[in-house]
Design a protein around this ligand. Structure first.
Ligand SMILES: [Zn+2]
Length: 133
């Protein structure tokens, strides 16, 4: 983790505030293990064309939460896209909006999201997102 020292010599993080913390992971990771998520994920996968929205490969493996895990960024992203979304991760978890992505595309989105750059990713794929959601 990148860090620097504050004027008192204490080490402080230089990560953007949107970085997913371990606390958030402790809340969200068990949600992926529930029967409700398993059923919803299967339903979304069966409705999808099995094609990755981003690269078009016919090997979708992820049901992605488009607006991500950070509530503040999700609110901004929903506003930019003109969609309504639950204000909390727990609400968005079951309500979406969702995307179906291949592994590499999901990984590249996740990396940007974890670095507070979800809106950049969305801008890069704006046209595809507008047709999907
Ligand atoms: Zn892909």
């Amino acid at each position: 983790m990148r860090s620097r020292l504050d004027p008192m010599g204490a080490r402080i993080s230089t990560r953007p505030p949107s970085v997913i913390t371990d606390v958030n992971r402790a809340i969200r990771d068990p949600m992926y293990q529930t029967k409700e998520w398993s059923q919803l994920r299967s339903k979304i996968m069966s409705r999808s064309s099995k094609t990755c929205l981003i690269c078009g490969v016919n090997r979708v493996t992820h049901v992605d939460h488009l607006l991500g895990h950070n509530d503040a960024i999700a609110a901004e992203a929903a506003f930019c896209l003109g969609v309504s979304a639950a204000p909390t991760w727990q609400g968005r978890f079951y309500e979406g909006p969702f995307l179906t992505l291949c592994g590499p595309c999901h990984s590249s989105k996740t990396v940007l999201e974890q670095n507070g750059r979800l809106l950049e990713w969305m801008q890069a794929h704006w046209c595809k997102l507008l047709f999907e959601i």
